[in-house]
Design a protein around this ligand. Structure first.
Ligand SMILES: [Zn+2]
Length: 230
């Protein structure tokens, strides 16, 4: 079974049959339909998150194992600036695909990885430069190499903390702009222990340099924000 895992704006939902992709399912943003999808292991927890008003609230996140050692980290639907992330674990090592918008959310993601793999991730992939995918980099950078397309590094640095200006009341935490340091141009294939992950730039789309992460042996595709509902 293959799946496309997207990290998209809220209020999307469902698991849909894919067409023309060679994949069995198109997996979109978490929603009630998605939460009920048949899967292997499923875990969850609570995280301190902050809405557009800056008001902190308890939100649940869900971790779903979609293939052996491959997890979807799903933040609540219907919220503000909430992205999904991917977690790869193998042989006691871990990698993360996209971080989160606030320091608190990124720390929760890191704690989740610790619980799954027993250690913090050594590799972090950014699918694109938007802050909900990269602001959390600073939480991981001491322990992980951050990988992205070369254009994404430039865009992270150019954007800085601009996103915070849109919601100045949000409790962002001490976000330190942390750009990727291991860059690729067209595609690269780092093997995470026994998980082969192909990083591919598809050309201008959601941003000018989006990266997708394709796991050919598991038939799992992490799309970042390239796949959106509607
Ligand atoms: Zn985006």
């Amino acid at each position: 079974m293959g799946r496309i895992l997207s990290s998209t704006p809220p209020n999307l939902g469902g698991v849909t049959q894919g067409s023309g992709t060679g994949l069995d399912h198109l997996w979109r943003e978490p929603g009630s339909a998605f939460q009920g999808a048949s899967t292997a292991d499923e875990h969850g927890g609570t995280a301190e998150t902050t809405g557009p008003s800056g008001r902190a609230s308890e939100k649940h996140y869900t971790v779903e194992e979609v293939a052996s050692g491959v997890y979807a980290y799903l933040q609540p639907d219907g919220g503000w600036c909430l992205n999904n992330a991917g977690i790869l674990t193998s042989c006691g090592e871990a990698a993360v695909i996209d971080t989160a918008a606030t320091v608190a959310r990124a720390r929760t993601l890191r704690e989740t990885v610790l619980g799954l793999a027993g250690r913090a991730p050594r590799v972090v992939v950014n699918t694109h430069f938007h802050g909900d995918h990269t602001f959390g980099n600073c939480v991981f950078a001491d322990e992980a190499v951050i990988v992205a397309h070369e254009g994404t590094r430039e865009q992270v640095l150019a954007a800085g903390l601009h996103l915070q200006g849109l919601w100045p009341e949000v409790e962002w935490g001490e976000v330190k702009v942390t750009p990727p340091t291991l860059l690729y141009r067209d595609r690269t294939t780092p093997a995470h222990r026994d998980i082969r992950a192909e990083l591919i730039r598809l050309g201008p789309a959601h941003t000018s340099d989006d990266t997708i992460v394709w796991l050919p042996e598991q038939s799992v595709l992490f799309t970042g924000d390239l796949v959106m509902s509607g």
